[in-house]
Design a protein around this ligand. Structure first.
Ligand code: FAD
Ligand code: NDP
Ligand SMILES: CC(C)=CCC[C@@H](C)[C@H]1CC[C@H]2C3=C(CC[C@]12C)[C@@]1(C)CC[C@H](O)C[C@@H]1CC3
Length: 544
């Protein structure tokens, strides 16, 4: 930005500069410097807007590689040296001290974590971070694997990429490994997490065996299905408004070497919705997913973990030169039904290289064979760095002309919801991922996710319909279209993922999510002046 645009006044050109230059010479030099910095700013803005792929390739890819390499080496050393558990208590004590100091200071401003908003896996940055008391919750390690109890204890800033790279070699894996490497345990518990094994294991919150929380009073409270259960079942979706998660125990399952994936291409909506629902209800499937490429064309994918492999059908899709997964799957619409054996870690991170299909907007040539063979090893740029370096013009473009939404609806409403997305967005691919939402605990202990009743019967099988991309619908107007979609989702007894833009009013939000126990706990744990409400953190005006 130039002086003229920045509103900053130019230094007094009449005064002689420190090095003794006369006023006019100083004025001349200053005007040259101004013009050059103005031109440079304009050039950078132009490059970041119209040639972002060049910036992404030349700057963000190397930076991302450096960051990931350093993070990986550090967390590997710490995990191998088993040094983290010894530090955990001190780190928790540091969180407690910050909260107790906040109390002693008169609880003047609500609290939030100090994690920079640009690092989070969500489109927006919470503006509340600038005005609230930031509490450092710098706990980012995998603490220990308990093979007997089949659990792993982790700290909240531990990421999915970090956990899978550390525990897969031990023969175990998380019962649920949400797709993107940089997703943190804290965010997945306090928000939500879903993956293609969710039809069996539920959401990320359902693989959590226990949570260690620092409350608004600075006390440590442990909770689980049997210890402080109301708190345990209300932390998920509470978005950091009941306390600070400082560790969690997550459920493990024995890992196998491959995911044997079967691809079933479908050419009518009736076909893919019927096959998808049957696959989701079949507990013999370890993985169920569907990519919808148009209103009537989709590929249903089912998978089982196996140590057996047919070499001719082995496909290491994670190799850097391989096509982006969603493009690989799309070919089965033409080729016909098929199956293959994918190394498990490759399968877990199948959409990571192309950030689902978002990278096609940032590096349009990224899936070209020549780029993949030469530079495929360097993608993806880190989501956080893309967020950090996006300029206001890009942010505005994404706000007005780009959709990133996940709606969770009863699986019987899949076709209806896909058609609503088609009418409002007309953007493809859509990501369909089934999930069990167990409702037994809700009657006794509450929680945000109200049980659904469909055709007079309880319905626990839901589907996450993910829309990520540029709507082709010429009538798309973000706020208006989204409000209509949100109204449909409420009507269908569904839920909106909180990381996405929420245009609902507070009243509509409280219609969608059950706040009964949450409000009781906010009083019981003195949260009302300690943290904003969930709505206060996620509504459209709380984020930029
Ligand atoms: C090239 C580059 C890429 C970056 N990409 C990211 C990114 O994708 N995500 C991101 O969060 N930050 C990223 N950063 C920022 C980096 O995390 C911080 O600048 C740096 O770690 C200082 O930490 P912090 O206090 O800003 O907070 P944080 O990074 O949030 O963490 C606080 C402390 O914990 C350490 N830490 C955080 N997470 C881990 C981890 N998983 N394993 C080991 N140590 C960890 C940090 O080094 C720091 O000491 C990147 C920085 C660079 C230079
Ligand atoms: N496959 C999947 O399931 C995917 C899920 N997501 C979504 O991404 C979101 C963002 O992920 P991520 O960047 O990891 O999370 P974030 O850092 O964005 O955290 C999400 C919320 O949880 C709160 N939170 C985070 N850590 C803690 C903690 N230790 N204690 C208390 N509250 C905490 C944050 O509070 P604060 O604002 O104070 O920091 C924030 O409000 C997830 O919630 C998830 O909904 C996104 C992509 C894929
Ligand atoms: C699988 C589930 C439940 C959700 C997947 C969501 C992701 C596709 C998005 C979450 C954060 C999004 C961001 C972007 C793309 C889509 C996500 C990864 C950007 C990289 C798009 C370009 C912008 O300049 C920065 C965005 C950061 C967040």
């Amino acid at each position: 930005m130039c002086y003229a645009e920045s509103g900053r006044s130019k230094p007094d050109a009449g005064s002689s500069s420190k090095n003794g230059m006369t006023g006019s010479a100083a004025r001349f030099v200053q005007s040259i410097v101004d013009s050059m910095s103005c031109a440079l700013n304009r050039w950078i803005e132009y490059m970041l807007t119209y040639h972002r792929s060049i910036f992404a390739c030349l700057v963000l890819l190397p930076m991302s590689l450096v960051y990931d390499a350093v993070s990986y080496v550090r967390s590997s050393i710490v995990f191998k040296m088993k040094s983290a558990p010894a530090h955990h208590a001190a780190r928790v004590a540091h969180v407690q001290k910050q909260v107790k100091d906040w109390n002693a200071d008169g609880r003047r401003r609500p609290m939030c974590t100090a994690r920079a908003g640009w690092k989070t896996i969500s489109l927006r940055i919470g503006t509340y971070k600038e005005t609230m008391s930031n509490i450092n919750v710098d706990l980012y390690d995998v603490l220990e694997v308990d093979q007997k109890a089949r659990t792993v204890r982790v700290e909240p800033l531990a990421t999915m990429g970090q956990i899978t790279s550390l525990i897969l070699p031990t023969g175990w894996t998380l019962a649920l490994t949400p797709e993107l490497d940089d997703l943190t345990v804290g965010g997945l518990i306090a928000g939500f997490g879903v993956e293609t094994s969710s039809h069996k294991h539920g959401l990320f919150q359902h693989i959590v065996k226990s949570i260690e929380l620092v409350t608004a009073d600075g006390e440590v409270v442990n909770c689980s299905a049997t210890e402080n259960p109301e708190l345990f079942y209300s932390i998920p979706w509470s978005y950091g408004t009941l306390g600070f998660i400082v560790s969690a125990q997550l459920k493990l399952v024995p890992t196998k070497k491959y995911a044997h994936i079967t691809y079933t291409p479908c050419h009518t909506q009736q076909d893919y919705t019927k096959i998808f629902e049957a696959a989701a209800r079949n507990m013999d499937n370890d993985f169920v997913e569907c990519l919808v490429y148009s209103q009537n064309e989709a590929v249903v994918m089912t998978g089982v973990m196996t140590d057996h492999v047919v070499q001719a059908k082995r496909n290491a899709i994670g190799n850097y030169y391989k096509p982006w997964f969603y493009k690989h799957v799309e070919q089965f619409l033409t080729i016909g039904p098929s199956n293959e054996y994918i190394p498990l870690r490759d399968y877990y991170h199948r959409h990571s290289r192309s950030i689902f299909w978002e990278l096609s907007d940032i590096i349009p040539f990224g899936n070209e064979p020549i780029f993949r063979y030469l530079f495929g090893w360097a993608v993806p740029p880190k989501v956080s760095l893309l967020k950090l370096t996006q300029i206001e013009a890009t942010r505005k473009l994404y706000e007005l002309h780009h959709v990133v939404q996940d709606m969770l609806v009863p699986i019987s409403s899949t076709a209806e919801c896909v058609n609503i997305f088609h009418d409002e967005f007309d953007l493809y691919p859509l990501w369909l991922c089934p999930m069990q939402l167990p409702s037994a605990s809700h009657a006794k202990y509450g929680g945000f996710l109200k049980p659904a009743i469909v055709d007079g019967k309880p319905e626990e099988m839901f589907v996450d319909i993910g829309a990520y991309g540029n709507p082709a619908n010429k009538g798309f107007v973000a706020a208006e279209s989204m409000k209509r979609v949100e109204a449909h989702v409420r009507r269908l007894q569904g839920f909106q993922a909180l990381y996405a833009d929420c245009y609902m009013t507070e009243q509509e939000f409280e219609q969608m999510f059950d706040h009964t126990t949450y409000k009781k706990l906010r009083k019981q744990y003195r949260c009302e002046d300690a943290f904003p409400t969930v709505y206060g953190k996620i509504n459209r005006s709380a984020r930029k």
